[in-house]
Design a protein around this ligand. Structure first.
Ligand SMILES: C[S@@+](CC[C@H](N)C(=O)[O-])C[C@H]1O[C@@H](n2cnc3c(N)ncnc32)[C@H](O)[C@@H]1O
Length: 289
């Protein structure tokens, strides 16, 4: 290990300060938070820098940190560099095949909890396009007697979702299977969740680099008008939903009325919409006739 006692970036505090300045000068919006998270990751102390300010940093740790900083400055999201993301206060591993879960999607869990206040019921839950498994596993964490199925068309997503279920001690209640939407799934379910791809194909090239370069196209591309997945899901919902079943589907800004028409055309009842924390209409609640 090479140490240079006079170098100003020798301690955690000095290295952190230099990184904050560097990120700020590159136009980063959250230089302090990003630098702390990346340095904690480089030191292997995930999020716990407090009390280590005067600790020396090894050459190896500095090299790791420099690499992380370069990736951040190059536009890679912090969560992709860390390889994990918090959702519903639970930690989810990511992979290049999975979407980086968004806080807006927590609106779906809020909607389910509002409609199903009895946490002890043994609900059957389905998550269509599960990615990291975040929606299904967040719901299972709230309903201790529920069980569920997460499906995804991508086998790597299924592997990550299974790993996340194990890490969260939910694997005995969560089955993750590869399927094109509900092709390999049999109802009835009490709760169907989905955050399907909903970006119109021609809009993808205009997305922010953090999204278009780091989230998989398969998780974003909703076809010509962004609504392909809803048409497909709407066709199977009547047979997937149990008698009092509730489906909660996320959508993009301004898509609500189009999705309402798709659901009604499949004979489903639209039971309301929910806004995300920014006040943007974010999900639709659907029931069977
Ligand atoms: C927007 S991502 C949502 C992932 C996760 N539910 C979340 O909220 O972070 C959509 C997911 O649907 C999956 N997907 C895309 N097309 C699919 C299809 N035809 N059948 C099943 N899953 C599909 C993608 O692989 C991706 O994981």
């Amino acid at each position: 290990m090479t140490r240079n006692a006079t170098h100003e970036t020798e301690t955690v505090a000095a290295l952190l300060q230099a990184a904050i300045q560097r990120l700020a000068s590159e136009g980063n919006d959250n230089p302090r938070l990003d630098a702390r998270l990346l340095l904690a990751h480089a030191l292997g102390v995930e999020g716990r820098l407090h009390g280590r300010e005067d600790d020396p940093v090894t050459v190896e740790e500095r090299t790791h940190f420099s690499g992380f900083l370069a990736r951040r400055i190059g536009g890679e999201p912090v969560s992709r560099i860390l390889g994990s993301r918090e959702f519903w206060s639970l930690e989810f591993d990511l992979s290049p095949a999975t979407l980086d879960p968004r806080p807006d999607s927590e609106t779906l869990i809020d909607a389910v909890l509002e409609r199903h206040p009895d946490r002890n019921r043994a609900y059957r839950i389905l998550d269509l396009g599960t990615g990291t498994g975040c929606l299904l596993l967040a719901a299972l964490s709230e309903f201790p007697n529920a069980e569920g199925v997460g499906v995804d068309i991508d086998t790597e997503c299924i592997q990550i979702a299974r790993k996340n279920a194990e890490k969260l001690c939910l694997s005995s209640r969560a089955r993750m299977i590869c399927s094109r939407w509900a092709d390999n799934v049999n109802g009835p379910f009490d709760i169907v969740l989905s955050n399907p791809p909903y970006i119109p194909t021609s809009d993808i090239s205009q997305l922010q680099p953090e999204v278009k370069l780091h989230d998989p196209t398969q998780a974003l591309d909703g076809g010509v008008d962004g609504l392909d997945a809803y048409r497909n899901i709407a066709e199977s919902l009547p047979s997937l939903l149990g008698e009092d079943g509730l489906a909660v589907l996320e959508f993009g800004e301004g898509q609500g009325q189009d999705i309402l028409r798709i659901m009604e055309a499949s004979g489903l009842i639209v039971d309301g919409f929910r806004n995300d924390l920014a006040g943007i209409e974010r999900c639709i609640l659907v029931r069977r006739l």
